[in-house]
Design a binder for this molecule. Sequence first.
Ligand code: FE2
Length: 200
Amino acid sequence: VPEVKVDSSKIYTIPDFLNSEDCEKLIDYHKRNVTFKNSDQRQYYNDRVLAYPYIPSDHPVKAILRDCRTRTFEKLEELYGEKEIYCGYTHLVRWPDGMALNMHRDFSYQVYTAVLYLNDGYEGGELLFYRPKKPMKIAPEKGMLVIFPNPNHTLHGVAEIKGGDRYTMPMWFTYDESKGEGEISFPPIRDAEIRKSCID
Ligand SMILES: [Fe+2]
């Protein structure tokens, strides 16, 4: 399936980037493993964000994430000519029914953002790009990857999700090797620690 250039701002959508079965494996892994502890210490991330380093290196789900990341690097070269670039973060994220994200800019060192959509079964949840009259909307599709560059830190957001949870695998890319995520895996988190952190 050919990728589609959305407009002159070099935003690309790539349908069927990940097959349906693997999308479901990522969601299932997220449901069973996301915790307060491995999300992030920030309240906003709690119980929603599972970061790549917390998935054990030898887990089959890690191989799916790694493969998606590798193929996204290939797209960054093919579509934008980027050869020396690093992935700063790879996350699995749940966006609960009713959630939205206001227009914002990603960090300036994050020169490209890619979002892989993992499910359907909800309304809304479009990726929004600021335009002077009304935002440009990209409707998510299961298995679709969107890549956008951040010249001048592109203003973007997410429309309200309605009728079900929305799952994504976002990746952020940087020229700064020191901000690369690498392949270090954090030790697994035990139930007792999780329960303790939930009480805190
Ligand atoms: Fe963002």
